[in-house]
Design a protein around this ligand. Structure first.
Ligand SMILES: [Zn+2]
Length: 175
């Protein structure tokens, strides 16, 4: 596991963590930043299996000693091949990050069919310090926002990845 402060795409510097880096807990101090809102247990268990995701720690404002956890997500695994090597040998460019969006984990319920899904969502608002809300909307426009796999309804969140169903046994009608 390796970590490095980088600022691609004109963004304020954030901590990039190599694939497989253990997810810190709330209160941990990592690279000089105190972590707020540690990732949920689900992500702690699943993150290492998702190749097109990187853990990042985003400082909460300039000169802050507090950082928030995000999951940088690319649409395809091909986009992240060799990325760790590029970052840690300082050979990465903006184009390596163009396809990425900042996400957080969410247990998303479909209001139509009531099935629940483990998902990654783009939180609404400005989560791109250094570039502002314009970049947020640019990122949203580049990605397909997913609908409920069960019934096709809108999930009412900016869902970019559905990992699997939560409580599938409940949906199938078994006790
Ligand atoms: Zn549904």
């Amino acid at each position: 596991m390796k970590m490095r402060l980088i600022g691609p795409e004109g963004l304020d510097p954030f901590v990039y963590c190599s694939h497989g880096t253990p997810v810190p807990s709330e209160g941990d101090v990592v690279m000089g930043y105190e972590i707020r809102y540690g990732a949920q247990e689900y992500i702690r268990r699943k993150l290492n299996h998702l190749l097109n995701i990187r853990l990042i720690l985003v400082p909460w404002g300039r000169n802050s000693t507090v950082a928030l956890i995000y999951l940088l997500h690319w649409e395809t695994e091909a986009e992240t091949i060799g990325l760790d090597e590029k970052v840690f040998s300082d050979r990465y460019t903006d184009s390596d990050f163009e396809g990425s969006v900042r996400t957080v984990y969410s247990n998303t319920i479909c209001f139509s069919c009531k099935r629940q899904w483990h998902t990654l969502i783009m939180p609404p608002g400005d989560y791109y310090p250094g570039r502002g809300s314009d970049m947020f909307y640019e990122k949203v426009a580049k990605r397909e926002i997913l609908r409920c796999p069960g019934c096709g309804s809108s999930l009412r969140q900016l869902v970019v990845k559905i990992i699997e169903e939560a409580f599938p046994e409940a949906a199938s009608g078994h006790p």
